[in-house]
Design a protein around this ligand. Structure first.
Ligand SMILES: Cc1ncc(COP(=O)(O)OP(=O)(O)O)c(N)n1
Ligand SMILES: Cc1ncsc1CCOP(=O)(O)O
Ligand SMILES: [Mg+2]
Length: 213
């Protein structure tokens, strides 16, 4: 179930704080935790996915950013991994779906007209949701795509053939407007990871995003 709130892990955090944030967010009812570690080796990334999956403890989906090989490796050693979030330069989602199987969750980044066209011609059942942004400027991703704003996000979501998760500078105050604009859910790094009380912040965002609780 991908609707609701996604926590994307913050690579700026130390491991203890990161795992505490993940556990608090999972306890607050996030729908998914996406493990993002742009500078990790394959082995480091696989170990991190295992630690985060243990912290999630089955309370949310565990998605691996970018790396189908890491998702498969973690599964191979018995770690619960539910799927991947792929960018436009990552493995083709059709191939990812074949490798991960029909029950996996596969998300795909989209922010340009050609991405929408590509999404329209995907075989049914390939991708579960599109990650769409930036909603606002962010310091969590270097060289991010252009800012759409809430209205731009809504226009994109209405033209999309798949549910859209809003990402990029999303704060609690943005969530009602994004949901009203057609969001399937929202994904955040800073709004949870930088909060003084990440569990409280996650619970408030879950409530606003119409999560499972
Ligand atoms: C939910 C969600 N949407 C978009 C992204 C961005 O993915 P990508 O463009 O591949 O950028 P990186 O996260 O890999 O830097 C995302 N991660 N999650
Ligand atoms: C990974 C990613 N992809 C697009 S924006 C982003 C980071 C969003 O982080 P924040 O919620 O702190 O703006
Ligand atoms: Mg990516």
């Amino acid at each position: 179930m991908t609707a609701g709130l996604h926590l994307v892990t913050d690579e700026r955090l130390g491991r203890d704080r990161l795992l505490a944030v993940v556990a608090a967010a999972a306890g607050a009812g996030v729908a998914a935790v996406q493990v993002r570690a742009k500078h990790a080796t394959a082995r480091e990334f696989t170990d991190l996915v295992a630690a985060i999956s243990a912290a999630v403890a089955g309370r949310a989906l565990v998605l691996v950013n970018d790396r189908v090989d890491v998702a498969l490796a973690a599964r191979h050693v018995g770690v619960r991994v539910d799927g991947v979030h792929l960018g436009q330069d990552d493995l083709d989602p059709v191939v990812a779906r074949t490798l991960l199987g029909p029950d996996a969750t596969v998300g795909w980044t989209a922010h340009a007209p050609e991405h929408l066209q590509a999404a329209h011609v995907l075989p049914p059942g390939t991708v579960d949701y599109l990650g769409v942004g930036l909603v606002h400027p962010t310091t969590s991703k270097a060289d991010g795509p252009p800012v759409l704003g809430v209205d731009g996000f809504g226009a994109f979501a209405h033209a999309a053939p798949l549910p859209c998760i809003a990402i990029g500078g999303v704060r609690l105050a943005d969530v009602p407007g994004l949901m009203a604009a057609g969001a399937h859910g929202v994904a955040v790094v800073s709004a949870i990871s930088e909060a003084a009380d990440p569990g409280r912040a996650a619970a408030d965002l879950v409530a606003a995003a119409g999560g499972a609780r």
